[in-house]
Design a protein around this ligand. Structure first.
Ligand SMILES: [Zn+2]
Length: 388
């Protein structure tokens, strides 16, 4: 009798500890900033230039974690105070809804999911425990709720006119930070075309076709079969573009990337990753793929973690950008941090001026730096976001 009470007590304490400690522990251990030998010093010229830029980052995952994004955290990469400190004009917030156990860049089946444990530990609503679509809606709600509490410091962007208003206000007041909602992997549609409207209504404006496994819409570059678009996927892409959503080909299989680039008349983004030329990892773009994205007038967001750039110093990140510039020109380069996407980086979003410094050091002109750090992305959003 006594022994069973003790066992119950231990189980109770373990459950309490799981809910109290697991989300923070995972967040801290998965989204680290590791300083290394490299200098992160930013000179006066770079700091002054950075302060004049409209900085846009095409991909970060802070909404996945149980972290108050309105206060400055001592862990992770992104929150509102640090976006402000980094002079970020627009952050694309991506919603990850499913991650296979043993996730790797080469080959992942779709029949397991590490995120179920996290969403339960996060104490998310029970509807998000089993439904990927509900998980996506929940993350957009979280952003909307954050905007409501931010007292004018954050603006959830849904249209080209929202963007125009943001740019005008920022020119006067230097704030707010704009936020665009993106889906990381169309498995969250759960195979239903009508769920696309639900995502759009929740504020989603960027649609990533696949994440780490092949899904109902598209093969993944990390999937088992790595197929191209499915028939359903062709319908999804056509309808998403008609609604004014931006297609994101990061993680998509090479076959899907080639098919979308060959068939769409609208520019696309490859929101976060690197290039084979400086980092020969199979999640990065070949020269042929970079040329195809440029021919589409699309954007390549360069990431800051090991799998994207191999050398994670600001110089290493700029080396990937330099390759894209030399191959196709500066107009197709953007930032694609993957901050808070279970990556280790050398700096967080408050320190983005280190990239401005590294671009200056590499001999980029002020105009080219402005384009890379956000000007190119602003141009694409103006062109593609729905007009109201
Ligand atoms: Zn990703």
């Amino acid at each position: 009798m006594r022994k069973s009470r003790l066992v119950l007590m231990v189980i109770f304490l373990l459950v309490v500890a799981f809910f109290a400690l697991a989300p923070g522990y995972l967040d801290r251990s998965m989204n680290r900033v590791v300083s290394a030998e490299t200098s992160l010093a930013v000179g006066e010229e770079a700091a002054a230039l950075h302060a004049r830029l409209s900085v846009v980052d095409l991909h970060a995952d802070p909404l996945l974690w149980r972290r108050d994004l309105l206060v400055e955290n001592d862990h992770g990469h992104v929150d509102l105070p640090r976006l402000e400190a980094g002079n970020v004009a627009i952050q694309v917030f991506a919603a990850t809804t499913k991650s296979p156990v043993g996730q790797n860049y080469d080959s992942n089946p779709s029949d397991s999911d590490m995120l179920t444990g996290l969403v339960i530990a996060n104490r998310q609503p029970a509807s998000t425990w089993t439904s990927l679509f509900e998980r996506a809606l929940y993350q957009a709600d979280k952003l909307a709720e954050m905007e409501a509490r931010a007292q004018g410091r954050l603006k959830f962007l849904r249209s080209a006119s929202d963007l125009e208003a943001l740019v005008a206000v920022r020119a006067r007041e230097g704030r707010p930070v704009g936020a665009v909602m993106a889906l990381e992997g169309a498995h969250a549609l759960e195979g239903r075309l009508q769920n696309l409207q639900g995502l759009f209504d929740a504020g989603y404006r960027v649609l990533g076709l696949a994440h780490f496994f092949d899904n109902e819409v598209s093969g993944s570059m990390h999937g088992i079969d790595k197929y191209g678009l499915t028939d359903f996927g062709r319908k999804v892409v056509a309808q998403a573009e008609a609604m004014g959503m931006i297609i994101d080909l990061a993680h998509a299989s090479p076959a899907a990337l080639a098919e979308v680039l060959a068939s769409t008349s609208r520019p696309v983004i490859v929101s976060h990753g690197g290039v084979q030329a400086t980092c020969k990892v199979n999640r990065n773009l070949s020269d042929e793929q970079i040329q195809a994205v440029a021919a589409n007038n699309g954007l390549i967001g360069i990431g800051y973690w090991d799998g994207a750039v191999c050398d994670t110093s600001p110089e290493g990140i700029v080396a990937a950008m330099t390759h894209v510039r030399d191959l196709v020109g500066v107009s197709y380069i953007a930032l694609g941090s993957d901050f808070d996407g279970s990556v280790v980086t050398r700096f967080d979003t408050s320190q983005l001026s280190v990239l401005t410094q590294a671009l200056l050091d590499a001999g980029f002109s002020e105009e080219d730096i402005a384009a890379i750090m956000g000007g190119n992305a602003l141009r694409l959003f103006y062109q593609l976001l729905p007009r109201e």
